[in-house]
Design a protein around this ligand. Structure first.
Ligand code: IPM
Ligand code: MG
Length: 360
Protein backbone atom coordinates (compact mmCIF):
# COMPACT_ATOMS: atom_id res chain seq x y z
CA UNK A 1 0.00 0.00 0.00
CA UNK A 2 1.42 3.37 -0.92
CA UNK A 3 2.01 6.07 1.67
CA UNK A 4 1.46 9.68 0.85
CA UNK A 5 4.19 11.93 2.29
CA UNK A 6 3.83 15.68 2.08
CA UNK A 7 7.06 17.67 1.97
CA UNK A 8 6.78 21.32 2.99
CA UNK A 9 10.14 22.98 2.33
CA UNK A 10 9.06 26.46 3.52
CA UNK A 11 11.50 29.37 3.68
CA UNK A 12 15.14 30.25 4.24
CA UNK A 13 17.25 27.11 4.50
CA UNK A 14 14.05 25.00 4.41
CA UNK A 15 14.22 24.15 0.67
CA UNK A 16 17.92 23.15 0.90
CA UNK A 17 17.55 20.83 3.88
CA UNK A 18 14.34 19.28 2.57
CA UNK A 19 16.01 18.63 -0.81
CA UNK A 20 18.74 16.62 0.95
CA UNK A 21 16.15 14.77 3.02
CA UNK A 22 14.22 13.93 -0.14
CA UNK A 23 17.34 12.24 -1.54
CA UNK A 24 17.61 10.16 1.62
CA UNK A 25 13.91 9.22 1.57
CA UNK A 26 14.15 8.21 -2.08
CA UNK A 27 16.99 5.83 -1.27
CA UNK A 28 15.26 4.12 1.67
CA UNK A 29 12.01 4.04 -0.31
CA UNK A 30 13.73 1.96 -2.96
CA UNK A 31 15.85 -0.11 -0.62
CA UNK A 32 13.11 -1.08 1.83
CA UNK A 33 10.26 -1.02 -0.69
CA UNK A 34 8.31 1.45 1.43
CA UNK A 35 5.88 2.61 -1.26
CA UNK A 36 6.35 6.27 -0.31
CA UNK A 37 4.88 8.86 -2.63
CA UNK A 38 6.55 12.21 -2.09
CA UNK A 39 4.55 15.35 -2.83
CA UNK A 40 5.37 19.00 -2.15
CA UNK A 41 3.34 22.05 -1.18
CA UNK A 42 3.87 25.65 -0.12
CA UNK A 43 3.81 26.97 3.43
CA UNK A 44 5.07 30.08 5.21
CA UNK A 45 6.58 33.09 3.48
CA UNK A 46 6.92 31.36 0.14
CA UNK A 47 3.19 30.59 0.30
CA UNK A 48 2.43 34.22 1.16
CA UNK A 49 4.39 35.34 -1.90
CA UNK A 50 2.63 32.89 -4.19
CA UNK A 51 -0.93 32.96 -2.80
CA UNK A 52 -1.22 35.73 -0.21
CA UNK A 53 -1.69 33.20 2.62
CA UNK A 54 0.86 31.40 4.84
CA UNK A 55 -1.28 28.24 4.84
CA UNK A 56 -3.07 27.99 1.47
CA UNK A 57 -6.23 25.85 1.39
CA UNK A 58 -4.58 23.36 -0.99
CA UNK A 59 -1.69 22.89 1.43
CA UNK A 60 -4.01 22.29 4.37
CA UNK A 61 -6.06 19.82 2.32
CA UNK A 62 -2.90 18.02 1.21
CA UNK A 63 -1.66 17.91 4.83
CA UNK A 64 -4.96 16.44 6.01
CA UNK A 65 -4.85 13.81 3.27
CA UNK A 66 -1.20 12.87 3.82
CA UNK A 67 -0.06 9.91 5.92
CA UNK A 68 2.77 12.04 7.31
CA UNK A 69 4.28 15.49 6.77
CA UNK A 70 7.88 16.63 6.72
CA UNK A 71 8.47 20.36 7.12
CA UNK A 72 11.68 22.36 6.63
CA UNK A 73 11.32 25.75 8.30
CA UNK A 74 9.30 28.94 7.94
CA UNK A 75 9.91 32.65 8.38
CA UNK A 76 12.29 35.41 7.40
CA UNK A 77 12.87 39.16 7.65
CA UNK A 78 11.02 39.76 4.41
CA UNK A 79 7.70 38.96 6.11
CA UNK A 80 8.50 40.05 9.68
CA UNK A 81 7.22 43.57 9.35
CA UNK A 82 3.70 42.70 8.34
CA UNK A 83 1.50 44.22 11.07
CA UNK A 84 -1.19 41.65 10.28
CA UNK A 85 -0.13 38.55 12.25
CA UNK A 86 -2.46 36.42 10.16
CA UNK A 87 -0.17 36.82 7.19
CA UNK A 88 3.07 35.98 8.89
CA UNK A 89 4.90 32.78 7.87
CA UNK A 90 4.74 31.40 11.45
CA UNK A 91 0.94 31.34 11.14
CA UNK A 92 1.33 28.69 8.47
CA UNK A 93 3.16 26.42 10.88
CA UNK A 94 0.92 27.21 13.84
CA UNK A 95 -2.14 26.69 11.60
CA UNK A 96 -0.94 23.22 10.61
CA UNK A 97 -0.34 22.32 14.23
CA UNK A 98 -3.83 23.36 15.34
CA UNK A 99 -5.78 22.23 12.27
CA UNK A 100 -4.24 18.76 12.49
CA UNK A 101 -4.41 18.76 16.33
CA UNK A 102 -0.73 17.94 16.63
CA UNK A 103 -0.63 18.54 20.38
CA UNK A 104 2.20 16.18 21.29
CA UNK A 105 5.64 17.50 20.38
CA UNK A 106 8.58 15.18 21.00
CA UNK A 107 12.00 16.83 20.93
CA UNK A 108 14.79 14.38 21.70
CA UNK A 109 18.20 15.83 22.54
CA UNK A 110 20.80 13.14 22.00
CA UNK A 111 24.50 13.81 21.92
CA UNK A 112 26.31 11.91 19.22
CA UNK A 113 29.63 10.89 20.82
CA UNK A 114 31.40 12.19 17.70
CA UNK A 115 30.13 15.70 18.53
CA UNK A 116 31.10 15.86 22.20
CA UNK A 117 33.68 18.54 21.29
CA UNK A 118 31.21 20.58 19.30
CA UNK A 119 29.12 21.47 22.35
CA UNK A 120 29.96 24.73 24.07
CA UNK A 121 29.60 22.83 27.34
CA UNK A 122 32.30 20.70 28.92
CA UNK A 123 32.49 17.22 27.52
CA UNK A 124 31.84 15.53 30.87
CA UNK A 125 28.65 17.56 31.32
CA UNK A 126 27.13 16.45 28.02
CA UNK A 127 28.71 13.15 27.03
CA UNK A 128 26.11 10.39 26.94
CA UNK A 129 23.26 12.90 27.00
CA UNK A 130 19.89 11.44 25.99
CA UNK A 131 16.85 13.43 27.05
CA UNK A 132 13.39 13.91 25.62
CA UNK A 133 11.38 17.11 25.87
CA UNK A 134 7.65 16.61 25.50
CA UNK A 135 6.16 19.98 24.62
CA UNK A 136 2.44 20.75 24.48
CA UNK A 137 1.99 22.26 21.03
CA UNK A 138 -1.57 23.43 20.39
CA UNK A 139 -2.48 25.37 23.52
CA UNK A 140 -1.13 27.64 26.21
CA UNK A 141 -0.14 31.24 25.64
CA UNK A 142 0.51 30.64 21.93
CA UNK A 143 -3.20 30.25 21.28
CA UNK A 144 -4.98 31.66 24.37
CA UNK A 145 -7.63 34.32 23.87
CA UNK A 146 -8.07 37.23 24.29
CA UNK A 147 -4.91 38.42 22.63
CA UNK A 148 -3.83 41.51 20.74
CA UNK A 149 -2.61 45.06 21.04
CA UNK A 150 -5.18 47.58 22.23
CA UNK A 151 -5.41 51.14 23.36
CA UNK A 152 -6.11 51.94 26.97
CA UNK A 153 -7.55 55.14 28.32
CA UNK A 154 -5.36 58.07 27.48
CA UNK A 155 -4.23 56.46 24.24
CA UNK A 156 -1.61 54.21 25.86
CA UNK A 157 -1.19 50.97 23.91
CA UNK A 158 -0.89 47.63 25.65
CA UNK A 159 -0.14 44.17 24.32
CA UNK A 160 -1.82 41.18 25.93
CA UNK A 161 -1.92 37.40 25.64
CA UNK A 162 -3.67 34.73 27.66
CA UNK A 163 -1.99 31.73 29.20
CA UNK A 164 -4.70 29.11 29.48
CA UNK A 165 -4.90 25.30 29.67
CA UNK A 166 -7.93 23.23 30.49
CA UNK A 167 -7.49 20.01 32.40
CA UNK A 168 -8.16 17.82 29.36
CA UNK A 169 -5.35 19.47 27.41
CA UNK A 170 -3.01 18.94 30.35
CA UNK A 171 -4.10 15.34 30.80
CA UNK A 172 -3.55 14.35 27.16
CA UNK A 173 -0.02 15.77 26.96
CA UNK A 174 0.68 14.32 30.41
CA UNK A 175 -0.24 10.85 29.15
CA UNK A 176 2.07 11.23 26.13
CA UNK A 177 4.90 12.11 28.52
CA UNK A 178 4.21 9.36 31.06
CA UNK A 179 4.04 6.80 28.24
CA UNK A 180 7.33 8.08 26.81
CA UNK A 181 8.98 7.94 30.23
CA UNK A 182 7.66 4.42 30.76
CA UNK A 183 9.35 3.36 27.51
CA UNK A 184 12.64 4.99 28.57
CA UNK A 185 14.24 5.38 32.00
CA UNK A 186 10.94 5.96 33.85
CA UNK A 187 11.78 9.44 35.10
CA UNK A 188 9.49 12.35 34.29
CA UNK A 189 10.10 15.97 35.27
CA UNK A 190 7.15 18.31 34.82
CA UNK A 191 8.22 21.92 34.32
CA UNK A 192 5.93 24.76 35.39
CA UNK A 193 5.82 28.14 37.12
CA UNK A 194 3.42 27.11 39.85
CA UNK A 195 4.89 29.63 42.28
CA UNK A 196 3.39 32.43 40.18
CA UNK A 197 0.94 31.21 37.52
CA UNK A 198 -2.40 29.60 38.42
CA UNK A 199 -2.59 27.84 35.06
CA UNK A 200 0.49 25.85 36.03
CA UNK A 201 -0.87 25.16 39.52
CA UNK A 202 -3.57 23.21 37.71
CA UNK A 203 -0.89 21.68 35.42
CA UNK A 204 0.96 20.35 38.47
CA UNK A 205 -2.24 19.03 40.03
CA UNK A 206 -3.15 17.06 36.89
CA UNK A 207 0.36 15.62 36.58
CA UNK A 208 0.11 14.41 40.19
CA UNK A 209 -3.28 12.90 39.44
CA UNK A 210 -1.87 11.04 36.41
CA UNK A 211 0.96 9.66 38.51
CA UNK A 212 -1.49 7.24 40.12
CA UNK A 213 -1.99 5.65 36.66
CA UNK A 214 1.78 5.30 36.18
CA UNK A 215 3.15 4.10 39.52
CA UNK A 216 6.27 2.78 37.77
CA UNK A 217 7.25 6.29 36.62
CA UNK A 218 9.02 8.63 39.04
CA UNK A 219 7.47 12.10 38.75
CA UNK A 220 9.17 15.30 39.86
CA UNK A 221 8.31 18.98 39.39
CA UNK A 222 10.58 21.90 38.62
CA UNK A 223 10.05 25.62 38.11
CA UNK A 224 10.97 26.71 34.60
CA UNK A 225 13.72 29.12 35.64
CA UNK A 226 15.42 26.40 37.64
CA UNK A 227 14.91 23.93 34.77
CA UNK A 228 16.73 26.30 32.40
CA UNK A 229 19.61 26.46 34.84
CA UNK A 230 19.68 22.70 35.50
CA UNK A 231 19.68 22.01 31.75
CA UNK A 232 23.02 23.74 31.37
CA UNK A 233 24.39 22.78 34.80
CA UNK A 234 23.67 19.05 34.89
CA UNK A 235 21.50 18.02 31.94
CA UNK A 236 21.99 14.30 32.46
CA UNK A 237 19.76 14.41 35.57
CA UNK A 238 16.79 14.48 33.16
CA UNK A 239 15.15 11.64 31.29
CA UNK A 240 11.81 13.01 30.04
CA UNK A 241 10.67 16.61 30.57
CA UNK A 242 7.04 17.59 30.03
CA UNK A 243 5.99 21.22 29.77
CA UNK A 244 3.66 23.72 28.13
CA UNK A 245 3.98 25.30 24.73
CA UNK A 246 6.08 28.39 25.45
CA UNK A 247 8.34 26.89 28.12
CA UNK A 248 8.90 23.94 25.81
CA UNK A 249 9.85 26.24 22.94
CA UNK A 250 12.50 27.92 25.06
CA UNK A 251 13.87 24.87 26.88
CA UNK A 252 14.15 22.85 23.68
CA UNK A 253 16.44 25.46 22.11
CA UNK A 254 18.62 25.32 25.22
CA UNK A 255 18.63 21.51 25.14
CA UNK A 256 19.56 21.60 21.47
CA UNK A 257 22.79 23.42 22.16
CA UNK A 258 23.83 20.70 24.61
CA UNK A 259 24.07 18.40 21.62
CA UNK A 260 26.55 20.60 19.83
CA UNK A 261 24.22 22.33 17.45
CA UNK A 262 20.54 23.00 16.98
CA UNK A 263 21.25 21.69 13.47
CA UNK A 264 21.19 18.15 14.87
CA UNK A 265 17.79 18.13 16.57
CA UNK A 266 14.76 16.47 14.99
CA UNK A 267 11.18 16.62 16.26
CA UNK A 268 7.85 14.92 15.89
CA UNK A 269 4.45 16.54 16.39
CA UNK A 270 1.75 13.94 16.83
CA UNK A 271 -2.03 13.83 17.01
CA UNK A 272 -3.96 11.40 19.15
CA UNK A 273 -3.73 8.67 16.50
CA UNK A 274 0.00 8.99 15.93
CA UNK A 275 -0.29 10.88 12.64
CA UNK A 276 2.43 13.43 12.60
CA UNK A 277 4.35 16.31 11.20
CA UNK A 278 8.12 16.07 11.46
CA UNK A 279 10.49 19.01 11.44
CA UNK A 280 13.89 20.09 12.64
CA UNK A 281 13.78 22.08 15.90
CA UNK A 282 15.71 24.91 14.29
CA UNK A 283 14.32 27.80 12.30
CA UNK A 284 14.76 29.04 8.75
CA UNK A 285 18.16 30.71 9.38
CA UNK A 286 17.67 33.38 6.69
CA UNK A 287 21.22 34.66 7.29
CA UNK A 288 22.73 31.53 5.74
CA UNK A 289 19.95 30.60 3.30
CA UNK A 290 21.06 29.63 -0.19
CA UNK A 291 24.73 29.38 0.74
CA UNK A 292 25.01 25.62 1.23
CA UNK A 293 25.99 26.13 4.87
CA UNK A 294 22.91 24.66 6.55
CA UNK A 295 23.09 21.35 8.37
CA UNK A 296 20.51 18.98 6.85
CA UNK A 297 20.94 16.33 9.56
CA UNK A 298 18.13 17.52 11.86
CA UNK A 299 15.69 17.21 8.94
CA UNK A 300 17.13 13.87 7.84
CA UNK A 301 16.78 12.62 11.44
CA UNK A 302 13.21 14.00 11.47
CA UNK A 303 12.51 11.79 8.43
CA UNK A 304 13.82 8.84 10.45
CA UNK A 305 11.39 9.73 13.26
CA UNK A 306 8.61 9.93 10.67
CA UNK A 307 9.38 6.43 9.42
CA UNK A 308 9.44 5.08 12.96
CA UNK A 309 6.44 6.84 14.55
CA UNK A 310 3.95 7.38 11.74
CA UNK A 311 4.85 4.71 9.17
CA UNK A 312 5.96 1.82 11.37
CA UNK A 313 9.20 1.41 9.41
CA UNK A 314 11.67 1.05 12.25
CA UNK A 315 14.25 -0.73 10.11
CA UNK A 316 14.49 2.10 7.58
CA UNK A 317 14.62 4.62 10.45
CA UNK A 318 17.46 2.71 12.09
CA UNK A 319 19.32 2.66 8.77
CA UNK A 320 19.08 6.45 8.39
CA UNK A 321 20.26 7.03 11.95
CA UNK A 322 23.16 4.65 11.44
CA UNK A 323 24.08 6.43 8.19
CA UNK A 324 24.12 9.79 10.01
CA UNK A 325 26.39 8.34 12.66
CA UNK A 326 28.63 6.97 9.95
CA UNK A 327 29.13 10.31 8.18
CA UNK A 328 29.99 11.84 11.54
CA UNK A 329 32.53 9.04 12.04
CA UNK A 330 33.98 9.96 8.67
CA UNK A 331 34.67 13.44 10.06
CA UNK A 332 32.28 15.29 7.75
CA UNK A 333 30.87 18.46 9.31
CA UNK A 334 28.71 21.38 8.24
CA UNK A 335 29.99 24.69 9.68
CA UNK A 336 27.69 24.60 12.74
CA UNK A 337 29.33 21.39 14.04
CA UNK A 338 32.82 21.93 12.71
CA UNK A 339 35.72 21.29 15.06
CA UNK A 340 39.44 20.91 14.64
CA UNK A 341 40.64 18.13 12.36
CA UNK A 342 37.23 17.62 10.78
CA UNK A 343 36.33 18.18 7.14
CA UNK A 344 33.90 20.98 6.34
CA UNK A 345 31.21 20.05 3.83
CA UNK A 346 28.25 21.82 2.25
CA UNK A 347 24.58 21.02 2.79
CA UNK A 348 24.45 18.97 -0.41
CA UNK A 349 27.72 17.16 0.31
CA UNK A 350 26.35 16.17 3.70
CA UNK A 351 23.14 14.86 2.10
CA UNK A 352 25.16 12.95 -0.51
CA UNK A 353 27.34 11.46 2.21
CA UNK A 354 24.30 10.15 4.08
CA UNK A 355 23.00 8.66 0.81
CA UNK A 356 26.40 7.04 0.17
CA UNK A 357 26.46 5.62 3.71
CA UNK A 358 22.99 4.16 3.17
CA UNK A 359 24.10 2.56 -0.07
CA UNK A 360 27.34 1.15 1.29
C1 IPM B 1 9.61 26.03 17.10
C2 IPM B 1 9.61 27.42 16.52
C3 IPM B 1 8.17 27.88 16.34
C4 IPM B 1 7.53 27.92 17.71
C5 IPM B 1 8.00 29.22 15.62
C6 IPM B 1 8.69 29.24 14.26
C7 IPM B 1 6.57 29.63 15.48
O1 IPM B 1 10.36 28.27 17.31
O2 IPM B 1 9.03 25.11 16.48
O3 IPM B 1 10.21 25.84 18.16
O4 IPM B 1 7.67 28.91 18.43
O5 IPM B 1 6.88 26.93 18.07
MG1 MG C 1 11.43 27.30 18.89
Amino acid sequence: MSKNILLLPGDGIGPEIVAETRKVLEVVNEKYDLGLELNEALVGGSAIDATGKPLPDETLAAAKAADAILLGAVGGPKWDTNPDFQIRPEKGLLGLRTELELFGNLRPAILYPQLAHASTLKEEVVSGLDILIVRELTGGIYFGKPRGIREKEGGVREGYNTYVYDENEIRRIGRVAFEAARARNKKLCSVDKANVLEVTVLWREIMEELKTEYPDVELSHMYVDNAAMQLVRAPKQFDVIVTGNMFGDILSDAAAMLTGSIGMLPSASLDKNGKGMYEPCHGSAPDIAGQGKANPLATILSAAMMLRYSLDQGQAADAIEAAVSKVLDQGLRTPDILSEGMRQVSTAEMGDAVVAALNS
